[in-house]
Design a protein around this ligand. Structure first.
Ligand code: SF4
Length: 279
């Protein structure tokens, strides 16, 4: 997929996060070329053309690190989610290095960082992350280990096996790692076998596992349309289905000794997603 890049200057680098585990969000890019069809972030990105062309337009916040250098002197230290509405290691990061430089600023100033990505590019920064090990955790999103299912829902993201390999390298470097199994979509990646394969990766790498379900939103009507045509049950994530999935995930985790938890506990659901995303 062809991606159009725009450069923009910003006046803020950190935004407040609504999740209890994160104080701030650091999003060095707006938009994400991984183009996942279920991505909620499109609803919360105000840059022109990004939401309607999700995956094909990315804004590069070219001065975000310089702004961050000033902000860290002013704000209270805390935990920073890197990132919440973009993948910090999408391909443009190879050249731009905004994520790496942002991490340097944060870590050198005593901020804790929680990195989440789908890309093995994160392993480029193992040297930096490992030299601040107590301040770092890294999560890889693994929705499925089935390559064709991943292509369907995450068309331009690195394939699952590359994410698993990245997780292995991060864990081998002694970093705290976790797997995000989500979204679990009814009829697509909710089978016991599919979930068990992801749990196995968490076990093998000593990672925690967080899980979440697909929540349909009007903004996702267009991007999810084709998939919903083939998997109409994906829309009916009833409480009964969610309970069955929860029981399956938790049983598999218990059996393998993996620590797991819902990514967004019920109480947090009452918060708005906008608040969570740090907009
Ligand atoms: S990698 Fe994350 S931010 Fe990027 S499109 Fe996929 S879900 Fe959205």
């Amino acid at each position: 997929m062809e991606v159009r890049y725009e450069r923009v200057r910003v006046s803020h680098a950190l935004s407040k996060s609504g999740l209890p585990d994160l104080d701030y969000a650091f999003n060095p890019y707006a938009g994400c070329s991984h183009g996942c069809i279920y991505c909620y972030a499109r609803a919360f990105t105000r840059y022109p053309g990004v939401a309607e062309n999700w995956g094909r337009v990315v804004f590069i916040k070219e001065n975000v690190v310089e702004v961050l250098e000033q902000e860290v002197k002013r704000v209270r230290r805390g935990v920073v989610g890197v990132s919440t509405i973009t993948d910090p290691y999408q391909p443009v990061e190879v050249k731009e290095e905004l994520t790496r430089r942002g991490l340097e600023v944060l870590l050198e100033n005593g901020f804790r960082v929680s990195v989440q990505t789908k890309s093995p590019l994160v392993t480029r920064d193992i040297d930096l992350l490992a030299s601040h090990r107590p301040l770092v955790d890294v999560g890889l999103t693994i929705t499925t280990l089935d390559y064709s299912v991943a292509r369907l829902i995450e068309p331009s993201a690195p394939p699952p096996n590359a994410r698993v390999e990245a997780l292995r390298k991060l864990a081998s470097a002694g970093l705290e790692t976790w797997v995000f199994l989500g979204p679990i979509i009814r009829g697509l990646n909710d089978s016991k076998d599919s979930i068990a394969r992801v749990v196995e990766v968490a076990f093998e790498t000593g990672s925690k596992l967080y899980y979440d379900y697909y929540h349909h939103r009007p903004e996702l009507e267009a991007s999810m349309g084709r998939l919903l045509g083939r998997y109409p049950q994906a829309l009916s994530a009833s409480p009964g289905w969610r309970e069955r999935v929860r029981a399956t995930v938790e049983k598999l985790c218990r059996e393998t000794g993996v620590t797991c938890a819902p990514a967004f506990p019920a109480a947090e659901r009452s918060r708005s997603i906008a608040e969570f995303l740090g907009r």
